[in-house]
Design a protein around this ligand. Sequence first.
Ligand code: RB5
Length: 150
Amino acid sequence: MNTTRRIIVSSDHASIELRLQVCEYLMEQRFFVEDTGPKAAKKSDYPIQGFEAASRVASGEFDLGIVFCGTGQGIMMAANKVAGIRCGVCSDTYSARMLRRHNDANMLSLGARVVGFGLALDIVEAFLQSDFEGGRHIRRIRFLDEKLLG
Ligand code: RB5
């Protein structure tokens, strides 16, 4: 695994336990991890958490972001509001691989009420171990980033 990558992790209140478990795994794998999610189960809004984490990926401070909410959907939507962010929700490993290979995603979103810890780790691994294929996908990524935003 590439241990030089910097990963920002965040969540809302619905996904704290899974987020902490994934953070522990990432740190064991010696990634540089910053966890900006809530520590206690007090209400925490996914639009704010997702947008803040995505802004720090888009600025170049972090290479990748991994975010969580109940379904993974809301925080993914918030992240994708930031220019330059390509974030997808995954609940299977095939999608996680393709999210990197074809979409060059820089953020992954997981639903803590959808996937259990074991599957979440497999998805995270699949995402982190896959690389963008480039080629025909470059033009489409550029279209996403340059034509559809701004
Ligand atoms: C919180 O109850 C829930 O709505 C949130 O975690 C998320 O699933 C939204 O997309």
